[in-house]
Design a protein around this ligand. Structure first.
Ligand code: PMP
Length: 304
């Protein structure tokens, strides 16, 4: 990490520091995004994936999170991102983390009238979860935070304590990841990724009403499955028991990319190997995200 965007300008990373009384640090009062940049060695180009969509979601998060109107337009945010990534000059895959946060050093809850600021950092980032041999997951004892506890569809810093609890439980028990159920006691998603199930040739994913984060990768997968493989995704509730008899399961997300699940709660999924449809979707997704498929060049923003 070489440079960050902090208090309105690009500064050396070591200078991007907040005080310990900062509202967002104390109460989790911020909204954020996670964006990937893929280094395409052949083209000597860095491609940022779905940049506009991430900032549209950030804008929605600021509204749902009762923040003021964003002080940067979507076009400004895209430009700041490209400038910062270019300045960092990485020649490898990266992760970009923009945060709109309550920056005032102030004790007391409440959101209205508390000063806000925007910052962003860029970090080299390989695979977050294993994408080749598959991962082992458990169904968490923690439920995904309901729409009655925090606004749905927003990526709010404080609500990630719920995700962190689920991830910690999974790691403590020796699993790689967790699947959280929703308040309806049906399957929601992973701690930081959306879930897809393959059963009898059908591709199935929980609907947004399961209080999942409306994943950008989730939409990419649905689009690619339909356009490239002629498979229309069914959005419907998934019961926990269905997980154990699925033919294939995988997570998808900016960090997770397409991550096959080969075991849930110690029970093998399908043959216990990475599924065929998962493999296909993974290859198609990576080609599009890395800027290798001419059909999907409008999904990516070149940096150099
Ligand atoms: N669910 C949660 C809880 C997440 O944190 C993420 C990562 N942002 C996702 C799903 C996947 O969303 P996306 O594909 O937009 O990264």
């Amino acid at each position: 990490m070489k440079y960050a965007f902090f208090k309105g300008k690009i500064v050396p990373f070591s200078e991007a520091k907040i005080g310990i009384m900062t509202h967002a640090f104390n109460y989790g009062t911020g909204v954020f995004e996670g964006i990937r940049g893929y280094w395409n060695a052949e083209k000597e180009q860095m491609y940022i994936v779905k940049l506009r969509e991430h900032y549209e979601r950030l804008e929605r998060s600021t509204k749902l999170g009762l923040m003021s109107t964003m002080k940067y337009s979507l076009a400004d945010l895209e430009k700041i991102t490209v400038d910062l990534v270019r300045k960092n000059d990485y020649r490898e895959d990266i992760y970009i983390r923009p945060i709109y946060y309550k920056s005032q050093e102030k004790i007391g809850l409440g959101l209205i009238g508390v000063d806000e600021d925007f910052c962003m950092f860029v970090s080299p980032f390989g695979a977050y979860l294993d994408i080749s041999k598959g991962i082992r997951v458990c169904v968490s004892s923690w439920w995904r935070i309901s729409a009655k506890s925090a606004p749905q569809g927003a990526k709010i810093n404080g609500t990630y304590f719920n995700s962190s609890l689920a991830k910690a439980e999974a790691l403590n028990k020796g699993y790689d990841e967790a699947i959280l159920l929703s308040h309806q006691k049906t399957v929601a998603e992973g701690s930081g990724e959306n879930l897809f199930m393959v059963k009898d040739g059908k591709l199935i994913t929980p609907p947004l009403s399961e209080t999942i984060l409306p994943g950008i990768t989730r939409v990419c997968i649905m689009t690619l499955a339909e356009k490239e493989l002629g498979i229309k995704t069914t959005e419907r509730q998934i019961k926990q028991d269905e997980l154990y008899t699925a033919d294939e399961l995988f997570f998808c997300g900016t960090g997770a990319q397409v991550s096959p699940i080969i075991d849930v709660d110690g029970k093998k999924i399908g043959s216990g190997q990475v599924g065929e449809l998962t493999k296909k979707l993974q290859a198609i997704y990576f080609a599009a995200a890395r800027g290798d498929n001419p059909k999907y060049m409008d999904w990516v923003t070149p940096v150099y």
